[in-house]
Design a protein. Structure first.
Length: 95
């Protein structure tokens, strides 16, 4: 059961945060770009801050996604669904 929960979490995180958020930010940036000329200065400031925070949020989500992917890989390896890589296999002896 925990493996199913973690798989569902990884899938929903990928769909909602790694696909959905960048799409919404792109729409917001396009809208802001379109109306930039008619915005008063305080709206321009808040639009800039909002877009900046969204970009930081994407970076944080990317970091979290990397951690989730590592954990998911370990779970799938322990369940035997994917083959674990031997540590000695990836290095050749240098002479």
């Amino acid at each position: 059961m925990p493996m199913i929960n973690q798989l569902v979490f990884a899938l929903s995180f990928t769909i909602l945060r790694m696909v959905g958020f960048p799409y919404m930010i792109t729409l917001m940036a396009a809208t802001t770009w379109t109306i930039w000329g008619v915005l008063p200065w305080h709206r321009k400031l808040t639009a800039f801050l909002t877009l900046s925070l969204f970009i930081l949020m994407i970076l944080l989500n990317t970091y979290w996604f990397a951690l989730i992917a590592k954990g998911l890989k370990r779970i799938l390896q322990s369940a035997g669904l994917i083959k674990a890589k031997d540590k000695g296999e990836s290095y050749e002896r240098i002479e």
